[in-house]
Design a binder for this molecule. Structure first.
Ligand code: ATP
Ligand code: MG
Length: 354
């Protein structure tokens, strides 16, 4: 049975890195008989500002798919209705309207990339997954904050049983299927909160604990968010799966990305049980757009996560391994100190698929 994939090309380097991912996926399509069909949309800040697409139109279209492969979006030269940078409204609309409540970010040290953490130089010495609850917390702006007479401002942190249950369950499922920590191979989920200070987090922790009872094969633990920030720098090798609330997740996922070499290689999935959107963490990088030098690694590994989500496990592993093998053999783009362009690097990945 064939599966149609929505491909959003995005802005800046988007079409270039998306093109690389599609080329790699087509190679796997043939080799593994995946039956994937890629439906491309020239959608991004530019196409929306020029009236080719509306945000609502894209969302309506997206509902027809189970998987979306999304290039980076954004254009500093374009403002949208809210005055924010062009593209941001669409990104937020995709996450909220499609209820993609879990932002899943692998934090993995890849070959050829150096970590700013001195003790971690071996590939995969850092290898864990950070899951950010993406639909509530302080960022659930639809519940409203307020500013009182120019003197006081308030935002409300909303934590719901449904919200914590579903993201905790996702975390345990990911731990169950995943690799375990590089430190001791153990599978464990750490719930990160500040239950010592805030009642909403005490509730988060309680609901997490209830869910953990269904997963006897996976260890469950807790850590306060401030302690976690230290732990991610001092002992990242001991981590396996981390689940946290929206704002802590926002901050900690940037910290995590920095520990494994930053932008060009950080990838992510936005998931619910029904569908997923897979995208690199980096932006549209307008400064290098059109030059053919963008690093496609984050986009390629996002595509690998998509294959996994679609239960094309063998192909997912083949793509991930091919990227790792290519990088181990010294194939790197300029941002990582290599000399290959986007297409040249992708050639190496495809050569390594055998
Ligand atoms: P956003 O606007 O989405 O928050 P940003 O403005 O913080 O993103 P990016 O657009 O990701 O950042 O780009 C920051 C810089 O990092 C770029 O100018 C570019 O030089 C570099 N960069 C980002 N992604 C890549 C990539 N895939 N390959 C090479 N360099 C990249
Ligand atoms: Mg930007």
């Amino acid at each position: 049975m064939s599966e149609r994939i929505m491909v959003l090309e995005g802005d800046g380097i988007g079409p270039e890195v998306v093109g690389c991912a599609i080329r790699a996926l087509e190679a796997l399509n043939d080799a593994y008989g995946l039956g994937l069909e890629f439906v491309k949309y020239d959608v991004g800040a530019r196409s929306i500002s020029q009236g080719e697409w509306t945000v609502e139109g894209v969302i309506e279209e997206a509902r027809k798919f189970r998987a979306i492969l999304k290039g980076p979006m954004g254009d500093p030269g374009i403002r949208n209705r809210q005055g924010t940078e062009g593209g941001l409204d669409l990104i937020l609309a995709l996450r909220f309207s499609l209820d993609l409540y879990a932002n899943v970010r692998p934090v993995r040290l890849l070959p050829g990339v150096s970590s700013p953490l001195r003790n971690f130089s071996r590939p995969d010495s850092i290898d864990y997954t950070l899951i950010r609850e993406n639909s509530e917390g302080l960022y659930a702006s639809h519940f409203g904050g307020m500013e009182l007479r120019d003197e006081v401002a308030v935002d409300n942190q909303i934590i719901t049983r449904k919200g914590v249950e579903r993201v905790s369950r996702m975390a345990f499922e990911i731990a169950r299927r995943g690799r375990g920590s590089p430190w001791d191979g153990r599978k464990r989920v750490l719930c990160v909160e500040k239950s010592n200070v805030l009642r909403s987090f005490a509730f988060f922790r309680r609901v997490f604990d209830e869910v953990s009872a269904d997963y006897g094969d996976v260890e469950a633990g807790h850590m306060y968010a401030d302690a976690m920030a230290q732990y991610m720098v001092l002992h990242p090798d001991r981590l396996n799966v981390v689940v946290t609330e929206n704002m802590f997740g926002d901050i900690l996922s940037d910290l995590g990305a920095a520990t494994v070499g930053g932008l060009g290689v950080a990838y992510s999935a936005n998931l619910n049980e029904r569908m997923g959107m897979f995208e690199p963490v980096h932006g549209s990088a307008p400064d290098i757009a059109g030059k053919g030098i963008a690093n496609p690694v984050a986009m390629l590994l996002s595509a690998s996560m998509m294959l996994d989500f679609l239960s094309k496990r063998d192909a997912a592993v083949a793509l991930e391994s091919a990227v790792i093998r290519a990088m181990s053999s010294g194939a790197l783009t300029q941002d990582l100190g290599g000399h290959l362009g986007s297409e040249g690097f992708t050639d190496k990945v495809i050569e390594n698929m055998g």
